[in-house]
Design a protein around this ligand. Structure first.
Ligand code: SD4
Length: 330
């Protein structure tokens, strides 16, 4: 377990947010390609998420295990990371843009194809919940910037300063060189995308991020864009993405993966094809990471990435695993 995640777990467990049996059930599974449910009966309920966010999947599992909906599970699951100040790429504590403002992107999608998103929103700790309100309480799909923030206040969300002292210090240090670059698998790639299937077999997904650290003011990546950072089709499955959002948007990555599953590919095969499409347009480029994860109606899962180092968490009755998918480059 990565030290950072270990620390996160310690904090949450002392705060009583994660119960002992949940922590005890955490196991490491290095062989993501050998799926526990391959060819077998449907494994539901289940929750999976990008990266090794074990506290988030544990929270989602708590909801699913009590018979809750996939929509509640993904919302409450990713909220754990939005509130975690040590996570520098999601929610509160996220890295700011190059002007020092933390701007958040999030989207959510349900079993009926309803969806909501907020883009480039400041001062609100839980953009995923605002996205859900956009979905449920407005005739729109996306609200951006000040409009999204104003809507959040109207819905009762409190104003929160999202720039922690540490993030501010790091930003001031960054300003000395102002070099914008992606560092593969380091902190600026920790967006959480979560997919879940509930006991009724219904699928939902959520994706939330502070985006690329030190991005240009106003920049929006893939994470709040339905079809790019997230897509759910309750007849087929769902997919979500992390990494350099510009590349995911160019191929409408998550929608592509769901469509590939509709055509008969497994989640694993579909994620591999999704990454290969991106690499076909970026021949020889090695300076970015992307990770896709996907799930189908049977609860089969898959993941694939550009570089080694990406993993995804899975929580079902079969256990709580960190799955390390194969990558385009070795
Ligand atoms: C973005 N996909 O804004 C996000 C970044 C990311 O972990 O995945 N960060 O492009």
């Amino acid at each position: 377990m990565k030290r950072r995640n270990f620390l996160k777990n310690s904090t949450l467990s002392t705060a009583g947010l994660i119960t002992a049996p949940i922590l005890a059930s955490c196991q490491e599974d290095k062989k993501a390609s050998i799926l526990p449910n391959e060819g077998g009966k449907a494994i539901i309920p289940i929750a999976i998420c990008t990266w090794n966010f074990m506290n988030a999947t544990a929270k989602a599992w708590e909801v699913l295990d009590k018979g809750g909906s996939a929509l509640d599970a993904v919302e409450q699951g990713v909220m754990v990371e939005e509130a975690d100040l040590s996570n520098e790429t999601v929610g509160n504590g996220g890295r700011p843009d190059r002007d020092g403002n933390v701007t958040l992107d999030a989207c959510i999608m349900d079993k009926d194809g309803n969806c909501g998103a907020v883009l480039c929103m400041e001062n609100i700790e839980h953009p995923i919940s605002v996205a859900r309100k956009v979905m449920e309480d407005t005739p729109h799909v996306m609200l951006a910037g000040k409009g999204a923030e104003q809507f959040a206040y109207e819905k009762g969300f409190p104003k929160v300063n999202l720039l922690t002292e540490k993030a501010k210090k790091d930003w001031l240090a960054w300003k000395e060189t102002s070099k914008y670059e992606t560092i593969i698998n380091i902190e600026n790639h920790d967006t959480i995308g979560m997919l879940a299937i509930d006991k009724n077999g219904d699928i939902a997904g959520a994706c939330t991020t502070s985006g690329m650290g030190y991005k240009m003011a106003g920049r929006v990546g893939d994470s709040p864009i339905i079809g790019a950072g997230l897509f759910v089709d309750n007849e087929v499955g769902a997919a979500t993405a992390t990494g350099v959002g510009e590349e995911v948007v160019r191929t409408v990555g998550s929608f592509l993966i769901v469509e590939l599953m509709r055509q008969g590919k497994s989640p694993q095969e579909a994620c591999e094809e999704g990454v290969k499409r991106i690499m076909a347009k970026n021949k020889g480029r090695k300076d970015f990471q992307i990770g896709f994860i996907a799930i189908n109606k049977k609860g089969e899962t898959g993941g694939y990435c550009v570089h080694p180092g990406f993993s995804y968490r899975s929580y079902s009755e079969e256990g709580h695993f960190d799955k390390k998918p194969e990558s385009f480059y070795q």
